[in-house]
Design a protein around this ligand. Sequence first.
Ligand SMILES: [Fe+2]
Ligand SMILES: [Fe+2]
Length: 265
Amino acid sequence: MTRSIAAAIREALLECDPRAKVMATRKVARDWRLGRLSFVFDVEMPEVPGRPDAPELLPPGRMPKRGKGGSERGRIALWHALAHIEFVAIDLALDMAGRFGGEMDEAFVSDFLSVAADEAMHYALIDRHLRSLGSHYGALPAHDGLWEAAHKTRGDVGARLAVVPMVLEARGLDVTPATLERVKANGDKRGAGILQRILDDEIRHVRFGANHFADVAERLNEDHDSLWKSLVSRHFGGAVKPPFNDSARLAAGLSRDLYGSIACS
Ligand SMILES: [Fe+2]
Ligand SMILES: [Fe+2]
């Protein structure tokens, strides 16, 4: 008998060690692609995924200031923050597939497991870069806001899609180009290459989110834009912040008409 997809995803979520989580995630994605896991959801996803002892997680308001990023310390702080985002992104993508896969379909699971495998690769590339700078993931504190934001939407796939890929990951599309320019200006070519790859992949992640959200809206027979706005205001509770990377957002299937209406000025 083949193993259930839910059991395999749960195991990867509960993995605490970052390298082991990366390997487990890539294995789930590969096993699913090769038809070695059955489309069965017989176990629940954990409330909190496995985490390493370090980094220490602080509320966003208690994080030390990162500074300008030109100094060695600033550079390490930047890559450490990015490593943390990608590490949490692995869990977010696994949780999406494992928590909501059963009420969606096999294509949904395929899409979000491919996202999880991408995030695992992003994390591994960044951690390697961080080590080349003489640091490593866990050396600094990190903030816990990302999982929290997602966890609030654990009961509703539409809300999860509206908030995680379509607000939080879309925000990554807005801020990454400026980070990339700064990294390039510092002469860090390898770092710039990593960020370019991440930016390209994240467009696809947001697009998967937008496509599946459109399916949910259609299934509920709800107006797409008003459903998105009401879910974002209920579960994200705030306006989205400009400046926007309109061209990357459009490539990901987000129209300015949609997010422009809840943008703060
Ligand atoms: Fe990523
Ligand atoms: Fe992503």
